[in-house]
Design a protein around this ligand. Structure first.
Ligand SMILES: O=P(O)(O)OC[C@H]1O[C@](O)(CO)[C@@H](O)[C@@H]1O
Length: 391
């Protein structure tokens, strides 16, 4: 892999990373305090964290915090240094760990293990509009197998358009079915040939957000299982609350139960998935690595071994993409397969662009977007399907 591109940071006041720490995070903390009955100590710890991360030095985690020792060991010398000098990927990850610490998620007490983002995630799942969002499934009866797969793949992609963290400062994109902007890169036809042309195997999905995105991911999982194109599906959840709306085990449970109660084809899919879970054909894994600040090129051996036999790994979302290609200011025309590291075997990334790292673009596309829409890398308006089908 080309490792010469600069690592993305948060120091530049005009830059995207700076905006995340100076605009998005304060808005998030306000929202958390409005939606959770936190006491004065939790509130002032959260405010102190925002202040520390905007203008202070990085404090180490407390002893009770998950992964205390690995964070200290893997801190890359960042503890004690100004946050502004720390790579964006590391800083953002560490912010979410410290946020949990501030609200008492790790220490014994009444808030231990309580997901601070549940009120936001539950509100999304309670939206009565979710049922109509999946009504397009009922119109797929006459579609060819290739068309059906394509529709479900794109629904999973566009589910990633507006996660709850992103919506804090960005208008929500429409999430109706498979509609979306033209793709910047589209390897979906090759993914279909891969899935259709090889003996079925286990398909892994490295999940991103709960709610709408997860519902679409579940529909894709059901399609792969119900058509026999996957012998099993493994969903990789986050082991703890992360980046606001990232899916943890309880989110999968809540989405599955909600889906099974939908009318029409979506509800049937939910019922089949509950059966598949009971039979062990739909499995969850929650590896600690997925809440770490490391690129996938640092994936531990046990996780690599779990992914290695998969027929396909679906890598969802913006953050997973940053970890897959490296969170660097790559030339956008660097080939995708050159930048990808860490995930063994065939993979496809389904991503809405919400941050700066991007590869695998045609030079003409980059020129056009730079000229017509300077914010294209970060404003959530663009999406891509990029595959590497041979390791
Ligand atoms: O939910 P997704 O698609 O991974 O998006 C998360 C992204 O949101 C941000 O936190 C802010 O836009 C990015 O830094 C991050 O990569």
């Amino acid at each position: 892999m080309n490792e010469t591109a600069p690592v993305l940071g948060i120091a530049d006041p005009g830059g995207f990373g700076w905006g995340v720490f100076h605009e998005r995070h304060p808005a998030l903390i306000r929202k958390l305090c409005d939606s959770n009955p936190y006491g004065p100590a939790q509130r002032s710890r959260l405010e102190d964290l925002v202040e520390e991360s905007r203008s202070g030095a990085v404090r180490p985690p407390e002893a009770a915090t998950a992964g205390h020792a690995p964070w200290l060991a893997g801190g890359g010398g960042y503890f004690g240094r100004p946050w502004s000098e720390v790579p964006f990927l590391w800083a953002e990850n560490y912010f979410y760990l410290r946020l949990l610490e501030c609200v008492g998620y790790f220490a014994p007490g009444p808030w231990q293990g309580v997901d601070p983002f549940t009120p936001m995630k539950s509100a999304e799942l309670a939206d009565p509009g979710l049922e109509s969002d999946t009504a397009w499934l009922d119109g797929l009866e006459d579609a060819s197998p290739a068309e059906t797969f394509h529709a479900l793949l794109l629904a999973s992609l566009y589910g990633n358009r507006a996660d709850l963290g992103f919506r804090l400062v960005q208008a929500a994109a429409a999430t109706d079915g498979t509609d979306g902007p033209p793709l910047l890169a589209d390897d979906s036809a090759a993914v279909w040939r891969h899935v259709d042309g090889r003996p079925p195997g286990e398909i892994h999905v490295i999940l991103d957000n709960a709610g709408r995105e997860l519902l679409a991911d579940l529909l894709l999982a059901d399609h792969l299982l119900a058509t026999g194109r996957a012998t099993g599906v493994v969903l990789h959840v986050k082991p703890r609350p992360y980046f606001v709306s990232d899916a943890v085990t309880s989110d999968v449970r809540d989405c599955l139960v909600r889906l099974a109660a939908f009318p029409g084809e979506a509800g049937k899919a939910g019922g089949r998935l509950l059966d598949a879970a009971a039979a062990g054909r739909l499995r969850l894994l929650g590896h600690g690595f997925f809440c770490s600040p490391l690129g996938f090129d640092s994936m531990p051996g046990d996780l690599r071994a779990a992914l290695a036999p998969s027929a396909l790994c679906v890598v969802k979302g913006d953050l997973n993409y940053r970890r897959l290609v490296g969170d660097r200011a790559w030339p956008a025309t660097l080939p995708f397969a050159t930048a990808v590291a860490g995930v063994p075997g065939a993979l496809v990334a389904l991503r809405t662009l919400k941050s700066e790292a991007v590869v695998g673009m045609r030079a003409k596309t980059v020129e056009r977007l730079d000229a017509t829409r300077p914010t294209w890398r970060t404003d959530g308006s663009q999406a891509l399907v990029q595959a590497r089908l041979q390791d």
